[in-house]
Design a protein around this ligand. Sequence first.
Ligand code: RP5
Length: 163
Amino acid sequence: MSKIKSKKVSIIMGSQSDFKTMIFCKKVLKSLNIKFETKIISAHRTPERMYQFAKNAEKNDIAVIIAGAGGSAHLPGMISALTSLPVLGVPIESKKLRGLDSLLSIAQMPKGIPVGTLAIGKDGAINAALLAASIIGNIDSKVKKNLKQFRLTQTRSVKKKPK
Ligand code: RP5
């Protein structure tokens, strides 16, 4: 069993074009002081890379995998099929169907292999990072403290009256 301190979140995405969305994941993890890595892994264009990544994820000290994919977005489901680590899926907003295809591909996993599915696009990327922080917060009290502070700051920033 590896040390809690060495645990990280892996942010993976199907294409370079997904990074303009997944960058928000990275920003949130950074602000909460959570270790992370970023990788381009495509289920259909780089299937061997996907397999190697998923099979080695646990021994590479990954605690949570966040996978962003668009269109027929099978990456999160395929990763989840290859590892028992928690996999969070971020549906990328596709051009033709505005991300509905990505959302349904990721959310509608048949029973047995789960993917925690977030909202389409930027909101989903941000919430995936916050959910990863909640999961890691269970084993890392510093992360829990940072997440609580984030929530408090957010609550305090909401004005009582509209201007
Ligand atoms: C998916 O295809 C990627 O996740 C991306 O959202 C989509 C389009 O990829 P590109 O054609 O922009 O590389 O695999």
